[in-house]
Design a protein around this ligand. Structure first.
Ligand code: NAP
Length: 275
C-alpha cells in the first residue's frame, strides 16, 4: 500500500520539463495518487525550440502511465474562472474526488526594479500568485470538506518569508500566500482540510535561470558570478532540485503530516530569508 493510493491530486503550472510542478506530479503519482496535471495553453520556447504546452503535459501523462500510474492533462489558466470551473467538472466526473491541491503556478511579473514596476505587472503577479490559488482553494474546499478532508499545498518561496532586492511584486504576493495558507488552515482544520506552504529557495528550474540571467545583466557580471554571489549565503552553497521540493510536498500530502497545518516549510539548503 502506497501513502497516496486512492487519492486524486491537482497540480497547477506543471508543464515545464525542468519545473517543480512536473517533479511534484511524478512524485505524487509514484506515491499512488491519480494526478491531474495542468498549465496554460499555447506554446513556450525551451532551449531555442517551440513546444506546445499540451504536448508537454501529454508527455508527462504518458510517462506517469508508463510507470503504472494514473494521470490526466488539462488546460488551466489559474486566473480564469471558466477554466477552473471546467477543470473541477472534469476532475470530479473522471476521478469522483479531489484530495490534494498543489498551487504551484507562479509568475515573476513585476519582479524588477521596484520604482519601474507598473500597476499592470503588479496585477498579473497578484492574479497568478495569489488570486489563482485563492480561487482554486475556494473550488476545492467544499469537495474536500464533504469527503472528510483534503490537503492544500501552496508553493511559496523564500520570498514568502523575507525580501531580497529586485523581486517586489513576487515577494508581496508570496507573503500573501502565507496569509491565505493560514486562513484556510484556521477555518477548515475542523473539517480535516489541512493547508501548508512549501517555501523553495534557489531551485534549478527555468524560472530560477531567468532570474539569475536578469540579475547578472543588471549587475554587469556573468551568470556564474551571479550564481556564486547568490549562493554564497546558502548553507549548502548550491541550488536545490525540483525533486527536493516534491519530497516536501509528498510529505505534506501524505499520512505522516496528518497533524500538520498552517506551516511554512522552507526547502532552501539553509538560506537566510533576508529582511
Ligand atoms: P516554472 O518552470 O516557470 O513553472 C511555473 C509554471 O506556471 C510555468 O509553466 C508557468 O507558465 C505557469 N504559469 C504562469 N502563469 C500561469 C497561469 N496563469 N495559469 C497556469 N499556469 C501558469 O517555475 P518553477 O521554478 O518550477 O516554479 C514553480 C513554483 O515554485 C512557482 O510558484 C515559483 O514561484 C516557486 N518557486 C520557484 C523557485 C525556483 O528557484 N525555481 C524558488 C522559489 C519558489 P509560463 O512559463 O508561461 O510563465
Amino acid at each position: 500500500m502506497r501513502p497516496l493510493d486512492g487519492k486524486t491530486a491537482l497540480i497547477t503550472g506543471a508543464s515545464a520539463p525542468k519545473g517543480i510542478g512536473r517533479a511534484i506530479a511524478l512524485r505524487l503519482a509514484r506515491d499512488g495518487a491519480a494526478v491531474v496535471v495542468t498549465d496554460l495553453g499555447g506554446a513556450i520556447e525551451l532551449d531555442g525550440h517551440i513546444h506546445s504546452r499540451t504536448d508537454l503535459l501529454d508527455q508527462l501523462v504518458s510517462e506517469i502511465e508508463g510507470s503504472g500510474g494514473r494521470a490526466k492533462s488539462l488546460q488551466l489558466d489559474v486566473t480564469s474562472v471558466t477554466d477552473i470551473d471546467a477543470c473541477f467538472t472534469t476532475i470530479l466526473s473522471t476521478f469522483d474526488r479531489l484530495d490534494i491541491l498543489v498551487n504551484n503556478a507562479g509568475s515573476l511579473s513585476g519582479s524588477d526594479n521596484f520604482l519601474s514596476t507598473t500597476p499592470d505587472q503588479w496585477r498579473i503577479s497578484f492574479d497568478v500568485n495569489l488570486l489563482g490559488p485563492m480561487m482554486l482553494a475556494q473550488a476545492a474546499i467544499p469537495h474536500m470538506r464533504d469527503q472528510g478532508g483534503g490537503r492544500i499545498i501552496n508553493i511559496g518561496s523564500t520570498g514568502s518569508l523575507g525580501a531580497e532586492p529586485g523581486f517586489g511584486a513576487y515577494t508581496a504576493m508570496k507573503h500573501g500566500l502565507v496569509g491565505l495558507t493560514k486562513t484556510i488552515a484556521a477555518e477548515f482544520g475542523e473539517y480535516g482540510v489541512l493547508c501548508n506552504t512549501v517555501c523553495p529557495g534557489f531551485i534549478a528550474t527555468d524560472m530560477h535561470t531567468a532570474a539569475n540571467t536578469r540579475l547578472a545583466q543588471e549587475n554587469s557580471i556573468s551568470v556564474s558570478e551571479m550564481k556564486q554571489r547568490r549562493y554564497a549565503n546558502v548553507a549548502v552553497r548550491d541550488a536545490g532540485l525540483p525533486e527536493d521540493v516534491a519530497n516536501a510536498v509528498a510529505y505534506l500530502a501524505g499520512p505522516q503530516a496528518n497533524y500538520v497545518t498552517g506551516i511554512n516549510l522552507p526547502v532552501t539548503g539553509g538560506v537566510p530569508f533576508g529582511i
